[in-house]
Design a protein around this ligand. Sequence first.
Ligand code: SF4
Ligand code: SF4
Length: 171
Amino acid sequence: MDDEPFWRRKRLSEMTDAEWETLCDGCGRCCLNKLEDYDTGEIAWTDVACRLLDEESCTCTDYQNRQSLVPDCIQLDPDNVGSLTWLPPSCAYRLVNEGRDLYWWHHLVSGDRETVHQAGVSVSGRTISEEGFPPERLEERVVKWPGKRPKERGRARSPGKAGRGVVQKAD
Ligand code: SF4
Ligand code: SF4
């Protein structure tokens, strides 16, 4: 039905550029450094953020030039969303790709870009910058919260952007 919002009636590949861009919830979780186990492929998130991430607003401070400044910043597109195992379970692109609905705190549902912060979903105030942080110490900063699915409370009725790639680690 045409009165359904675009993210419920369109696949990612059918969205306009404007729809694609506004789908991002601005959580900043994809801009955290991740570690990947060589043997199992398991992802561990850290609370160490990309040096271009504004740690309060969770926006990229140089979005236009991000890929030249941060070579492992990965551009999301409809073809790669399904294969990026490090996308957090709350990520709007992942949710839509899996046929799920957006959560109540997504600005397209709430009408307010602050609710992603108010709900405690964004990384605002919870990270340190990778600037000056030794990569070999990333394992000290492993956290579980970015990989957790948010509570269902207030969920809407029916069921990139860009992000930071992973660093592989050996045991
Ligand atoms: S791409 Fe996904 S994880 Fe990253 S900020 Fe947007 S919604 Fe959040
Ligand atoms: S990971 Fe990419 S989008 Fe996120 S802050 Fe870094 S450069 Fe910007």
